[in-house]
Ligand binder design. Sequence first.
Ligand SMILES: Nc1ncnc2c1ncn2[C@@H]1O[C@H](COP(=O)(O)OP(=O)(O)OP(=O)(O)O)[C@@H](O)[C@H]1O
Ligand SMILES: [Mg+2]
Length: 255
Amino acid sequence: MRIIAFYSPKGGVGKTAAAVNMAYLASRENISTLLWDLDPQGAASFYLAGAEMIKGRKLSKLLEGTSPIARFIHENVYPELDFIPAHSSFRNFDIKLEQEEGHNALKDLLAPLSEDTSLVILDCPPTLSRLTEQVLEVADKVYVPLVPTWLSLNSWNQLREFVKDKKLGNKKLRPFFSMVDRRKNLHREILDQATELLGTSVIADVPYASVVERMGEEGLPLELLAPRSSAAVEYRKMWQHIQSDLGLGRKQSRR
Ligand SMILES: Nc1ncnc2c1ncn2[C@@H]1O[C@H](COP(=O)(O)OP(=O)(O)OP(=O)(O)O)[C@@H](O)[C@H]1O
Ligand SMILES: [Mg+2]
């Protein structure tokens, strides 16, 4: 089982949109996938299948160990795609994790999934907390959306330093550009020098596109909503990079 996360300490930069689109693209290739929305605000539900259809459950029983993680999973939101929706009680995650200092509680929670799941995708909240620290530790790769501005580059460098300080694996972070507007000089300038500025290559340049915003209104992954859009092309490119990062093949179905 491979674990990836979509994370940035910045809010509203395209983590959830990418996480949902990657989860859908993975499932479409018969890779049994679980998307876990770790953000108490729970945006992934909107993008995936309409918020009112998928309600999350209170986390306390999972954290107390009295209810297995399987009970929290909505199976087959799409074929091969399972989903753990957010719940406002996910805020308590950090308190629990603080109490259990010294070991990775998130890792323990994920362990039982490995029989049925080939790929876990964690959609993170925009905070740097104990929870996100454990995400950074447990994930094989962490994909980081960056809007092409100097401030984002700054926060990218801070995140790299943090991962380095904590010895979480310096090749773990993988950046992609998000909400790219090529009419803006600054965006073009940063994109042109991306590898030098970021110290690593960028796996996709997702354009600013109203179809991505419409994912929330329609409750559909972009591949179903607008597969020919330039944003969908970039998301497919991102998925190919992720597949090669993880060495994930095509036929990993659980059925
Ligand atoms: N490429 C894009 N083009 C246009 N709008 C986008 C794009 N990506 C995301 N958005 C919109 O921007 C908003 C934030 O996107 P998203 O929820 O994916 O970001 P996030 O980083 O997960 O936010 P949060 O930090 O709140 O979890 C949403 O309204 C979404 O529809
Ligand atoms: Mg989000």
